[in-house]
Design a protein around this ligand. Structure first.
Ligand SMILES: [Cu+2]
Length: 93
């Protein structure tokens, strides 16, 4: 476990040093109950310009969002909330 954590940290640091403007965020989302909810959230996020990729986990209650540019958290939050779900947190990955 510890070594896995360490290697993840190394990967993250290398990623940061690449200096690209690509980044990933994890959004914690409440209120998704089925595959349709997953699709709604996915589509809401993909509509935002600058969002390159979206992965939504129903069981994990989160979305992983890959960004091409700098998108403010509130825009991501707004899109998901407008679709009818609650965003309880956003963190950089
Ligand atoms: Cu649903």
């Amino acid at each position: 476990m510890i070594s896995l954590r360490r290697s993840l940290k190394v990967i993250k640091i290398e990623y940061d040093m690449n200096g690209g403007n690509e980044m990933k965020k994890k959004m914690n989302i409440e209120g998704m109950s089925c595959g349709h909810c997953v699709k709604h959230v996915e589509e809401a996020l993909k509509e935002i310009s600058g969002v390159a990729k979206v992965e939504v986990s129903l069981e994990g209650k989160y979305a992983i969002v890959e960004l091409n540019g700098d998108i403010e958290d509130f825009k991501l939050k707004e899109a998901v909330e407008d679709a009818g779900y609650d965003v309880t947190g956003i963190s950089d990955l």
